[in-house]
Design a protein around this ligand. Sequence first.
Ligand SMILES: *Cc1c(COP(=O)(O)O)cnc(C)c1O
Length: 376
Amino acid sequence: MKIKRNILLNAGPSTTTDTVKLAQVVPDICPREEEFASLMKGLRRDLLKIVHADPAEYTSVLFCGSGTLNIDVCLNSLLPADKKALIVDNGAYSTRAAEICAYYGLDHIDLKFPVDEQPDLATVERTLAEHGDIALVYTTHHETGTGLLNPIREIGALAHKYGAVFIVDTTSSLAMRPIDVGRDNIDFCMASAQKGIMAMTGLSFIIGKTAEILKSANYPKRSYYCNLFLQYDFFEKTGQMHFTPPVQTIYAAIQGLKEYFAEGEEGKWARHTRVMNAIHSGLASLGFREYIKPELQAGLVASAIEPDDENWSFRRVHDYCYARGFTIYPGKISTTNTFRLCALGAIDTEDIEAFFKVFREALQAEGIAIPVRYRN
Ligand SMILES: *Cc1c(COP(=O)(O)O)cnc(C)c1O
């Protein structure tokens, strides 16, 4: 079978290998069979290895849904009654977490920082010191909307100093940038199968401290489908997801993990880094500016600033590239017009070089000046 290979430079789902795609083509199976439960057991165990989580202390819990489901589950399940959540918020994904708190009516502080800077740790600490009822600190590791990396180890240390559980959205970093839950002070992290493990959409997972999940059995139940303890408990008792799992997606995820471990944590991070470097130099060669300072970037997403050229149209440049198998992605910053090029997925430097050839052609076809121009 020949499957057309598209280069996805959006922030996930990413380009997958054919072996991952084809891993979904399997005999039909009822997921309540023992055979399927044992596949999920292996998958749950292998997910821990990615973040170096000790199985005596951490567990992983699978859900059917996209990555936002993990944010929802962690927040609605892990906040005790009469306690407060602190959202360290410098981007769209942490803002999403604050919105989830608002939807559930959870007492929370949305501690906002500029989207192009790391959060000020002294302000985080002062907030923790002033509010003794904060039981949960939440942030995003890699803010995918901008490409910024947050200092999770330092924020986690502060959370622990004030007796709070630390939850990190690692959806766009896990299985890409090395993470070690012990070293990085993480109690809970999360991702979905279509990002770092380069598999298919529809499967999400939370990796976290078993003792905290057990404690949460007595916390208010705010959702039926999306409760962490209930899903964990069902897995432990039966080996199954509480409700129907995304069967074929799970086969793809298992293949994705196999390929992850074959490439290795360091090898994979080195490949993402080389892809990102090729993106930086491609952008620079056309005169594009980037929104986030290089030293603050996570090395996985570049936010390029749109040029001040009357012929510039993201839509038209996108369409030109898309028709040739390359997908570029709009920005997610309210104050500046940007577009994103991401280094996720099963791609390498030659794909980026091929992309920039097409991208340059697109600029020329649209009559956009090269190097691109900015008003100031
Ligand atoms: C992709 C992503 C998510 C999940 O988004 P979905 O659209 O629900 O898959 C959550 N957090 C971050 C940081 C992400 O990059």
